[in-house]
Design a protein around this ligand. Structure first.
Ligand code: 9UX
Length: 70
């Protein structure tokens, strides 16, 4: 299912690449479809098996903050 992740703290194109790489490589069952730096969100295709806490942790390890999953 596609989800919108509201993410604060990304400030450049490298941040976007870090996020894409971490989500794709560190978490089983996620594909990143789109990251919008300006509007602070990512659209991901995510299996039901993905643990939201793990998602939050991976994002926080990058120095960003996961505000909501919609
Ligand atoms: Mo850009 Mo992002 O220089 O954590 S990589 S600010």
């Amino acid at each position: 299912m596609n989800k919108k992740l509201l993410i604060e703290g990304m400030s450049c194109g490298h941040c976007v690449n870090h996020l894409k790489t971490a989500l794709t490589e560190d978490i089983e069952g996620i594909d990143v479809l789109e990251v919008n730096l300006e509007d602070k969100y990512a659209i991901v295709k995510m299996d039901d098996s993905v643990n939201p806490e793990e998602l939050k942790n991976v994002i926080e390890e990058l120095g960003f903050e996961l505000k909501d999953i919609q």
